[in-house]
Each structure stands twice: as structure tokens, then as C-alpha cells.
Design a protein around this ligand. Structure first.
Ligand SMILES: *Cc1c(COP(=O)(O)O)cnc(C)c1O
Length: 343
């Protein structure tokens, strides 16, 4: 699990994007020693079900329990090089936790603005990492405004959760790791919210292996990217409570990068209802022995519900990005002990 820092392939497909594969390799160098090279493990039970090898890319083992440490570390490392001493973000939890951890590791201050809807466990986790926590309003937009005022009034540098090339390049290192461990990967299943994860992973994967299929998975309740793709431009959707709370929030009406990336790179976007997300969480626990949060379980949920059959290349390996572990354990216990979610 220690791939060499190889250079990018010479012939990349001509995507006119503000991101290059070289940016992703540079991100990986910044991440070395700061984030985990996560395991890519076979899932015998999902492989049997799909009739093709299925692998799980376990971002659940990152020190902050999600992949968001990659993008935050890549962005903050660059800001620190440029002399920044304090960073801020507005976050539904995992990005804030990642920012707090990465800032502390790089020796700079962090502030995290969150809406009052963010689950208690996520708020506590950010505070425990030494960040200043600012609870502002009842929506991601209001938290965003609070962060903006810290930038304006107190000299903080803003680190967005997804719509930022440094963040996208950081998340894209997952794609490098997958293709290095499994060069013949045929289908990638990736949780999709703002699109930093999907856009980064799909970008790196398709640069290296243009024939690979990429599928984004969101929840039915408040899938802003899906609605935006359907409309042809970024649109707002109502924020609703969901088991996949890390997939909540809009993509930003002024979206600069992730909407275009997702539109260009997604071969399909699948939406899951709450029962299917719960089924993914329960499967992860019972069959894979993994504690996975709702957002992290949507890929497994999509496979279990037979939603990928038409998209997956029948002959090649399927890789599911299991993006995070940070679930409220009371909710988790309820789901894994309910018989209705048997896989
Ligand atoms: C943030 C997050 C996602 C979605 O990432 P985007 O870049 O916003 O699409 C998926 N899973 C988990 C666990 C997350 O924290």
C-alpha cells in the first residue's frame, strides 16, 4: 500500500479543465505522511451479488473519519506556504473536523462556522480538535455568511468544503490510489453532494483510465447536484433531514468548478431513499464489519438495491468509495438492530 510518486501518464484525454493530473500528484506529495493511504479491500458478499469483483475504498480509517482530510490538508498546506496564520470554513461537520485537524497539524489556527442543524457529535468533534466553533443560523447559507465575516473582519483565509481546486485536487488523490492498486478498475461508485469528492476522484480516474465509468450517488432528500444537472445550471433545493447528513447542503448558485466537473464526468447519478441508505449502513456493519455513516454507505446501498447493474461494466471490478464513518452511534445502533434492513 505504498505506491511510488510516479509521474502522470503522457497522453491524457483533452479535457479543458482548470485542474491537471500534475496538480493531483503535487497534492499527493503534500498529503504524504499527513493523511492515510487508505485500504482497498475486496467485498466477497457484494462481489457475489454483483457477479463482478467489488472493492471498498475505506476513507473511514482517516484520522478524522472521512476523506475530507485530503482536500483540507492540500488547501491549508498551500495557504500556510503563502503565510496564512488562520483558516475558516462553514461546514456540515466532516470538512470542519478535517480543517481543524489539518490546521492544528500544520501549526495554524482554525475557526469553523456551522448551522444549528449539524448533529451534536460533529460539533463536539470539531471543538475537541481545538478549533473555534461558531454556531450561526439554521442553514448552510447562514453559516457561510458568518465565515465570510471572519474573513472580512479578522483576516482568516477561507477554505471551502468542495468548490475549490486545491480541495478537489486533494480528494482526487483517492482516484490515484484506486487506479494504482487496481489498474483495471471498470466502474467507480462515489458519494455525491457538492461534488468535490466525485469531481476529484472521477477526474483523476478518467485521466488515467478514460474508459472507466463513474457513478455519483446522492440521497433523494435534498440532492442539489442532481437537481442542478437536471436544470442545466446550479439550483437550490430545500434542505431536509436525512441519514446521509454529510450529503446535505447546496452546491452554491455561483458554483465555479464542481458543477462543470460533475456534468462532464458523471456517467450516471443515482438517488437513494432513506431505507436504502439504512440498508447500506446495516450491510456495512453486518457483512463488512464496518461502522459507516449514511453518506459513506450510499454506494453499498446502491449496489444492494440493484441500481448500478445497467451502468457497471459487467466484466470489470467495481470500486465503491466508502467516504466516512462519523455517524451518531445511537442512530447506528438503531439501524443495525432493525431486521427490516437485512441485506
Ligand atoms: C462531504 C462528504 C461527502 C460528499 O462530498 P462532496 O465533495 O460534498 O460531494 C460524502 N461523504 C462524506 C462522509 C462526506 O463528509
Amino acid at each position: 500500500m505504498s505506491p511510488p510518486l510516479s509521474s502522470p501518464p503522457l497522453s491524457s484525454p483533452p479535457l479543458s479543465l482548470p485542474l491537471t493530473l500534475a496538480d493531483v500528484y503535487r497534492a499527493r506529495q503534500r498529503l504524504a505522511g499527513r493523511v492515510a493511504l487508505t485500504p482497498l479491500v475486496p467485498s466477497p458478499s457484494l462481489s457475489a451479488r454483483m457477479g463482478a469483483p467489488v472493492y471498498l475504498k475505506l476513507e473511514t480509517v482517516q484520522p478524522t473519519g472521512s476523506f475530507k482530510l485530503r482536500g483540507a490538508t492540500n488547501a491549508i498546506a498551500q495557504l500556510a506556504e503563502q503565510g496564512a496564520t488562520r483558516v475558516v470554513t462553514a461546514s456540515t461537520g466532516n470538512h470542519g473536523r478535517a480543517l481543524a485537524y489539518a490546521a492544528r497539524a500544520l501549526g495554524i489556527e482554525a475557526a469553523v462556522c456551522m448551522s444549528a442543524l449539524v448533529p451534536r457529535n460533529k460539533v463536539d468533534a470539531v471543538a475537541a480538535l481545538g478549533a473555534r466553533v461558531v454556531i450561526a443560523g439554521k442553514s448552510q447559507d447562514e453559516a457561510q455568511l458568518a465565515a465570510r465575516s471572519l474573513v472580512r473582519d479578522e483576516g482568516y483565509a477561507f477554505v471551502p468544503p468542495f468548490d475549490d481546486l486545491r480541495v478537489i485536487a486533494g480528494q482526487a488523490t483517492i482516484g490515484l490510489e484506486i487506479l494504482e492498486a487496481l489498474p483495471d478498475a471498470a466502474t467507480l461508485i462515489v458519494p455525491l453532494s457538492g461534488g468535490g469528492l466525485f469531481g476529484g476522484v472521477a477526474f483523476a480516474a478518467k485521466q488515467i483510465r478514460p474508459s472507466i465509468s463513474t457513478v455519483g450517488v446522492s440521497m433523494v432528500r435534498g440532492a442539489a447536484m442532481h437537481a442542478s444537472l437536471a436544470a442545466g445550471h446550479p439550483v437550490d433545493v430545500e434542505e431536509r433531514e436525512t441519514l446521509a447528513d454529510s450529503l446535505g447542503g447546496g452546491i452554491g448558485l455561483e458554483n465555479r468548478h464542481t458543477f462543470a466537473l460533475t456534468r462532464l464526468l458523471a456517467d450516471d447519478v443515482v438517488l437513494l431513499d432513506e431505507a436504502s441508505i439504512a440498508r447500506g449502513i446495516a450491510h456495512a456493519y453486518r457483512e463488512e464489519r464496518l461502522v459507516v455513516e449514511g453518506a459513506g454507505a450510499v454506494g453499498m446501498g446502491a449496489l444492494l438495491e440493484g441500481r448500478i447493474q445497467n451502468i457497471a461494466h459487467a466484466d470489470g471490478p467495481i470500486v465503491v468509495v466508502v467516504s466516512g464513518a462519523n455517524i451518531d452511534m445511537t442512530v447506528h445502533r438503531r439501524i443495525v438492530t432493525e431486521d427490516q434492513y437485512a441485506s
